[in-house]
Design a protein around this ligand. Sequence first.
Ligand code: UDP
Ligand code: MG
Length: 317
Amino acid sequence: MERQETLYIVIPCYNEEAVLPVTEKRLTEKLQKMIDQGIISKESRVVFVDDGSKDNTWSMITEMYKSNPYVMGIKSSRNRGHQNTLLEGMMTVKDDCDMMVSMDADLQDDIEVLDQFVEKYYAGCDIVYGVRSARKTDTWFKRTTAQSFYKIMESMGVNIVYNHADYRLMSKRALKELENFKEVNLFLRGIIPMIGFRTDTVEYERNQRFAGESKYPLKKMISFALDGITSLSIKPIRFITSLGICLFIISIILLVYYGIGYFRGQTIQGWVTLVISIWGIGGLELLGIGIIGEYIGKIYLETKERPRFIVEEYLKK
Ligand code: UDP
Ligand code: MG
Protein backbone atom coordinates (compact mmCIF):
# COMPACT_ATOMS: atom_id res chain seq x y z
CA MET A 1 0.00 0.00 0.00
CA GLU A 2 1.32 3.43 -0.87
CA ARG A 3 -0.30 5.31 1.95
CA GLN A 4 1.31 5.08 5.34
CA GLU A 5 -0.49 7.34 7.74
CA THR A 6 -0.05 7.67 11.47
CA LEU A 7 -2.33 5.67 13.75
CA TYR A 8 -2.69 6.42 17.45
CA ILE A 9 -4.42 3.96 19.73
CA VAL A 10 -5.97 5.73 22.72
CA ILE A 11 -6.66 3.71 25.85
CA PRO A 12 -8.30 5.06 29.02
CA CYS A 13 -6.94 3.27 32.09
CA TYR A 14 -8.36 3.26 35.58
CA ASN A 15 -6.60 0.97 38.08
CA GLU A 16 -5.44 -1.29 35.28
CA GLU A 17 -2.04 -2.45 36.64
CA ALA A 18 -3.13 -6.06 36.26
CA VAL A 19 -3.67 -5.82 32.51
CA LEU A 20 -1.16 -3.20 31.35
CA PRO A 21 1.92 -5.42 30.77
CA VAL A 22 -0.01 -7.82 28.52
CA THR A 23 -1.87 -5.00 26.78
CA GLU A 24 1.42 -3.23 26.07
CA LYS A 25 3.02 -6.38 24.69
CA ARG A 26 0.13 -7.35 22.43
CA LEU A 27 -0.47 -3.86 21.09
CA THR A 28 3.22 -3.23 20.44
CA GLU A 29 3.44 -6.49 18.51
CA LYS A 30 0.35 -5.62 16.51
CA LEU A 31 1.58 -2.10 15.76
CA GLN A 32 5.01 -3.42 14.74
CA LYS A 33 3.38 -5.94 12.41
CA MET A 34 1.23 -3.28 10.76
CA ILE A 35 4.26 -1.01 10.37
CA ASP A 36 6.28 -3.85 8.82
CA GLN A 37 3.43 -4.56 6.41
CA GLY A 38 3.51 -0.92 5.40
CA ILE A 39 -0.10 -0.27 6.46
CA ILE A 40 0.71 2.50 8.93
CA SER A 41 3.61 4.87 9.51
CA LYS A 42 6.51 4.38 11.92
CA GLU A 43 5.23 7.34 13.92
CA SER A 44 2.20 5.34 15.07
CA ARG A 45 1.76 5.10 18.83
CA VAL A 46 -0.15 3.57 21.72
CA VAL A 47 -1.36 6.26 24.11
CA PHE A 48 -2.34 5.23 27.63
CA VAL A 49 -4.48 7.81 29.43
CA ASP A 50 -4.42 7.41 33.19
CA ASP A 51 -7.75 8.37 34.74
CA GLY A 52 -6.42 9.28 38.20
CA SER A 53 -5.79 5.66 39.14
CA LYS A 54 -5.15 4.76 42.76
CA ASP A 55 -2.78 1.91 41.94
CA ASN A 56 0.52 1.83 40.04
CA THR A 57 -1.02 2.49 36.63
CA TRP A 58 0.72 5.84 36.09
CA SER A 59 4.17 4.72 37.22
CA MET A 60 3.82 1.71 34.92
CA ILE A 61 2.90 4.01 32.02
CA THR A 62 5.96 6.19 32.76
CA GLU A 63 8.15 3.08 32.73
CA MET A 64 6.69 1.88 29.44
CA TYR A 65 7.18 5.36 27.99
CA LYS A 66 10.88 5.13 28.77
CA SER A 67 11.42 1.57 27.60
CA ASN A 68 9.04 1.22 24.66
CA PRO A 69 9.44 3.54 21.65
CA TYR A 70 5.77 3.19 20.73
CA VAL A 71 4.22 4.08 24.08
CA MET A 72 3.04 7.55 25.08
CA GLY A 73 1.16 8.59 28.20
CA ILE A 74 -1.30 11.19 29.37
CA LYS A 75 -2.11 11.78 33.02
CA SER A 76 -5.48 13.12 34.03
CA SER A 77 -5.44 15.45 37.01
CA ARG A 78 -8.00 13.25 38.77
CA ASN A 79 -10.54 10.48 38.17
CA ARG A 80 -13.18 11.72 35.74
CA GLY A 81 -14.65 8.49 34.40
CA HIS A 82 -14.31 6.57 31.17
CA GLN A 83 -15.98 8.99 28.73
CA ASN A 84 -14.13 12.12 29.88
CA THR A 85 -10.83 10.26 29.88
CA LEU A 86 -11.44 9.04 26.37
CA LEU A 87 -12.22 12.57 25.24
CA GLU A 88 -9.10 13.83 27.01
CA GLY A 89 -6.98 11.33 25.11
CA MET A 90 -8.59 12.08 21.75
CA MET A 91 -8.37 15.85 22.12
CA THR A 92 -4.77 15.74 23.33
CA VAL A 93 -3.49 13.65 20.41
CA LYS A 94 -5.69 14.93 17.60
CA ASP A 95 -3.01 17.18 16.09
CA ASP A 96 -0.32 14.51 16.13
CA CYS A 97 -2.05 11.64 14.32
CA ASP A 98 -3.93 11.07 11.06
CA MET A 99 -6.32 8.54 12.55
CA MET A 100 -7.13 7.37 16.04
CA VAL A 101 -8.62 4.16 17.41
CA SER A 102 -10.05 4.10 20.93
CA MET A 103 -10.26 0.88 22.91
CA ASP A 104 -10.39 -0.44 26.47
CA ALA A 105 -7.30 -1.42 28.43
CA ASP A 106 -8.52 -4.98 28.96
CA LEU A 107 -8.38 -5.85 25.22
CA GLN A 108 -11.91 -7.25 25.28
CA ASP A 109 -12.17 -5.83 21.80
CA ASP A 110 -10.35 -7.96 19.25
CA ILE A 111 -7.22 -6.08 18.12
CA GLU A 112 -6.86 -8.25 15.02
CA VAL A 113 -9.55 -6.18 13.27
CA LEU A 114 -7.36 -3.06 13.44
CA ASP A 115 -6.26 -3.81 9.86
CA GLN A 116 -9.88 -3.64 8.72
CA PHE A 117 -10.37 -0.33 10.53
CA VAL A 118 -7.38 1.15 8.74
CA GLU A 119 -8.42 -0.35 5.39
CA LYS A 120 -11.82 1.34 5.66
CA TYR A 121 -10.11 4.58 6.62
CA TYR A 122 -7.99 4.44 3.46
CA ALA A 123 -11.15 3.65 1.52
CA GLY A 124 -12.44 7.06 2.59
CA CYS A 125 -14.30 6.54 5.88
CA ASP A 126 -13.90 9.15 8.61
CA ILE A 127 -15.47 7.06 11.34
CA VAL A 128 -15.39 3.26 11.58
CA TYR A 129 -17.47 1.65 14.33
CA GLY A 130 -16.46 -1.66 15.88
CA VAL A 131 -19.60 -3.75 16.29
CA ARG A 132 -19.84 -6.93 18.35
CA SER A 133 -21.08 -9.81 16.26
CA ALA A 134 -21.69 -12.13 19.20
CA ARG A 135 -21.89 -11.78 22.94
CA LYS A 136 -21.02 -15.35 23.77
CA THR A 137 -18.50 -14.46 26.44
CA ASP A 138 -20.72 -12.00 28.29
CA THR A 139 -22.82 -13.27 31.16
CA TRP A 140 -26.55 -13.62 30.50
CA PHE A 141 -27.14 -10.61 32.74
CA LYS A 142 -24.66 -8.31 31.00
CA ARG A 143 -25.94 -9.37 27.58
CA THR A 144 -29.60 -8.79 28.42
CA THR A 145 -29.07 -5.48 30.18
CA ALA A 146 -26.77 -4.23 27.44
CA GLN A 147 -29.18 -5.19 24.68
CA SER A 148 -32.19 -3.67 26.41
CA PHE A 149 -30.07 -0.55 26.81
CA TYR A 150 -29.66 -0.22 23.04
CA LYS A 151 -33.39 -0.87 22.54
CA ILE A 152 -34.38 1.77 25.09
CA MET A 153 -31.98 4.31 23.60
CA GLU A 154 -33.43 3.63 20.19
CA SER A 155 -37.01 4.07 21.40
CA MET A 156 -35.94 7.35 22.97
CA GLY A 157 -34.87 8.54 19.56
CA VAL A 158 -31.14 8.54 20.30
CA ASN A 159 -29.14 7.61 17.24
CA ILE A 160 -26.59 5.05 18.37
CA VAL A 161 -24.94 2.16 16.56
CA TYR A 162 -26.31 -1.16 17.80
CA ASN A 163 -23.81 -3.25 19.79
CA HIS A 164 -21.08 -0.67 19.36
CA ALA A 165 -19.19 0.41 22.45
CA ASP A 166 -16.23 2.75 22.33
CA TYR A 167 -14.07 0.70 19.96
CA ARG A 168 -13.86 2.92 16.91
CA LEU A 169 -11.58 4.65 14.44
CA MET A 170 -11.84 8.36 13.84
CA SER A 171 -9.96 10.45 11.31
CA LYS A 172 -8.22 13.68 12.23
CA ARG A 173 -11.04 15.56 10.50
CA ALA A 174 -13.71 13.79 12.58
CA LEU A 175 -11.75 14.48 15.80
CA LYS A 176 -11.56 18.17 14.91
CA GLU A 177 -15.34 18.24 14.45
CA LEU A 178 -15.90 16.40 17.71
CA GLU A 179 -14.09 19.24 19.43
CA ASN A 180 -16.98 21.53 18.50
CA PHE A 181 -19.46 19.48 20.51
CA LYS A 182 -19.08 21.34 23.76
CA GLU A 183 -21.34 19.34 26.05
CA VAL A 184 -20.16 18.58 29.55
CA ASN A 185 -22.54 15.63 29.93
CA LEU A 186 -20.60 13.32 27.70
CA PHE A 187 -22.08 10.30 26.02
CA LEU A 188 -19.71 9.76 23.14
CA ARG A 189 -21.65 6.91 21.52
CA GLY A 190 -24.57 9.24 21.01
CA ILE A 191 -22.57 12.32 20.00
CA ILE A 192 -20.19 10.80 17.45
CA PRO A 193 -22.92 9.65 15.00
CA MET A 194 -24.02 13.33 14.90
CA ILE A 195 -20.71 14.25 13.27
CA GLY A 196 -21.69 12.56 10.03
CA PHE A 197 -19.15 12.02 7.20
CA ARG A 198 -18.73 8.65 5.58
CA THR A 199 -18.88 5.86 8.14
CA ASP A 200 -18.72 2.09 8.17
CA THR A 201 -18.71 -0.76 10.66
CA VAL A 202 -16.35 -3.65 11.35
CA GLU A 203 -17.61 -6.78 13.12
CA TYR A 204 -15.64 -8.56 15.79
CA GLU A 205 -16.13 -10.96 18.65
CA ARG A 206 -15.75 -9.60 22.15
CA ASN A 207 -13.49 -11.55 24.50
CA GLN A 208 -13.49 -11.82 28.23
CA ARG A 209 -11.46 -9.39 30.35
CA PHE A 210 -8.23 -11.36 30.84
CA ALA A 211 -7.23 -9.84 34.18
CA GLY A 212 -8.49 -7.37 36.76
CA GLU A 213 -12.13 -6.54 37.43
CA SER A 214 -14.73 -4.67 35.43
CA LYS A 215 -14.74 -0.96 36.31
CA TYR A 216 -18.41 -0.83 35.36
CA PRO A 217 -20.47 -2.31 38.18
CA LEU A 218 -24.27 -2.35 37.81
CA LYS A 219 -24.64 1.02 39.54
CA LYS A 220 -22.28 2.75 37.09
CA MET A 221 -23.96 0.98 34.17
CA ILE A 222 -27.38 2.29 35.16
CA SER A 223 -26.14 5.82 35.70
CA PHE A 224 -24.32 5.65 32.35
CA ALA A 225 -27.55 4.56 30.61
CA LEU A 226 -29.59 7.30 32.32
CA ASP A 227 -26.96 9.87 31.38
CA GLY A 228 -27.07 8.68 27.81
CA ILE A 229 -30.82 9.08 27.62
CA THR A 230 -31.15 12.38 29.45
CA SER A 231 -28.21 14.04 27.75
CA LEU A 232 -29.43 13.21 24.25
CA SER A 233 -33.20 12.90 24.33
CA ILE A 234 -36.11 14.94 25.67
CA LYS A 235 -38.61 12.13 25.17
CA PRO A 236 -38.92 11.40 28.91
CA ILE A 237 -40.18 14.96 29.47
CA ARG A 238 -42.66 14.60 26.61
CA PHE A 239 -43.76 11.31 28.13
CA ILE A 240 -44.54 13.09 31.41
CA THR A 241 -46.54 15.73 29.56
CA SER A 242 -48.61 13.07 27.81
CA LEU A 243 -49.05 11.19 31.07
CA GLY A 244 -50.27 14.40 32.71
CA ILE A 245 -52.79 14.95 29.94
CA CYS A 246 -54.06 11.36 30.22
CA LEU A 247 -54.44 11.64 33.98
CA PHE A 248 -56.30 14.91 33.62
CA ILE A 249 -58.74 13.31 31.18
CA ILE A 250 -59.21 10.33 33.50
CA SER A 251 -59.86 12.65 36.45
CA ILE A 252 -62.57 14.48 34.45
CA ILE A 253 -64.21 11.16 33.61
CA LEU A 254 -64.07 10.15 37.28
CA LEU A 255 -65.47 13.53 38.31
CA VAL A 256 -68.46 13.02 36.04
CA TYR A 257 -68.87 9.43 37.22
CA TYR A 258 -68.79 10.25 40.93
CA GLY A 259 -70.80 13.41 40.36
CA ILE A 260 -73.61 11.27 39.04
CA GLY A 261 -73.14 8.90 42.01
CA TYR A 262 -73.43 11.86 44.41
CA PHE A 263 -76.79 12.87 43.04
CA ARG A 264 -77.93 9.26 43.35
CA GLY A 265 -76.84 9.22 47.00
CA GLN A 266 -74.16 6.46 46.63
CA THR A 267 -71.13 8.28 48.05
CA ILE A 268 -69.90 6.24 51.06
CA GLN A 269 -67.66 3.60 49.37
CA GLY A 270 -65.57 6.26 47.66
CA TRP A 271 -62.61 6.38 50.03
CA VAL A 272 -60.63 3.49 48.50
CA THR A 273 -60.54 5.31 45.20
CA LEU A 274 -59.60 8.46 47.04
CA VAL A 275 -56.64 6.94 48.85
CA ILE A 276 -55.41 5.21 45.71
CA SER A 277 -55.64 8.44 43.77
CA ILE A 278 -53.69 10.38 46.38
CA TRP A 279 -50.84 7.86 46.34
CA GLY A 280 -50.93 7.36 42.61
CA ILE A 281 -50.96 11.00 41.68
CA GLY A 282 -48.46 11.85 44.42
CA GLY A 283 -46.05 9.24 43.09
CA LEU A 284 -46.42 10.37 39.51
CA GLU A 285 -45.88 13.97 40.51
CA LEU A 286 -42.68 13.11 42.30
CA LEU A 287 -41.51 11.07 39.33
CA GLY A 288 -42.28 13.96 37.02
CA ILE A 289 -40.44 16.45 39.18
CA GLY A 290 -37.54 14.03 39.45
CA ILE A 291 -37.18 13.62 35.70
CA ILE A 292 -37.46 17.34 35.10
CA GLY A 293 -34.93 17.89 37.90
CA GLU A 294 -32.57 15.54 36.12
CA TYR A 295 -32.67 17.78 33.05
CA ILE A 296 -32.36 20.99 35.07
CA GLY A 297 -29.32 19.47 36.77
CA LYS A 298 -27.81 18.82 33.37
CA ILE A 299 -28.57 22.36 32.19
CA TYR A 300 -26.99 23.67 35.40
CA LEU A 301 -23.78 21.76 34.69
CA GLU A 302 -23.72 22.79 31.05
CA THR A 303 -24.07 26.49 31.90
CA LYS A 304 -21.02 26.34 34.13
CA GLU A 305 -18.86 25.27 31.17
CA ARG A 306 -16.32 23.65 33.42
CA PRO A 307 -13.39 21.94 31.73
CA ARG A 308 -14.26 18.41 30.72
CA PHE A 309 -10.79 17.14 31.51
CA ILE A 310 -7.52 18.51 32.84
CA VAL A 311 -4.25 17.11 31.50
CA GLU A 312 -1.62 16.95 34.21
CA GLU A 313 1.16 15.47 32.09
CA TYR A 314 1.61 14.57 28.43
CA LEU A 315 4.46 12.17 27.72
CA LYS A 316 4.93 12.73 24.02
CA LYS A 317 7.29 11.34 21.38
N1 UDP B 1 -12.21 3.34 32.86
C1 UDP B 1 -11.75 4.64 33.10
N2 UDP B 1 -12.27 5.35 34.16
C2 UDP B 1 -13.25 4.84 34.98
C3 UDP B 1 -13.73 3.54 34.71
C4 UDP B 1 -13.20 2.82 33.64
O1 UDP B 1 -10.88 5.13 32.39
O2 UDP B 1 -13.65 5.54 35.92
C5 UDP B 1 -11.66 2.57 31.73
C6 UDP B 1 -11.10 1.21 32.10
O3 UDP B 1 -9.77 1.29 32.56
C7 UDP B 1 -11.22 0.45 30.79
C8 UDP B 1 -12.46 1.07 30.14
O4 UDP B 1 -12.69 2.30 30.82
O5 UDP B 1 -10.11 0.67 29.93
C9 UDP B 1 -13.67 0.16 30.23
O6 UDP B 1 -13.84 -0.34 31.53
P1 UDP B 1 -14.19 -1.87 31.83
O7 UDP B 1 -13.41 -2.75 30.92
O8 UDP B 1 -13.98 -2.11 33.29
O9 UDP B 1 -15.74 -1.91 31.48
P2 UDP B 1 -16.59 -3.19 30.93
O10 UDP B 1 -15.82 -3.74 29.78
O11 UDP B 1 -16.70 -4.14 32.06
O12 UDP B 1 -17.90 -2.59 30.53
MG1 MG C 1 -13.90 -4.28 29.76
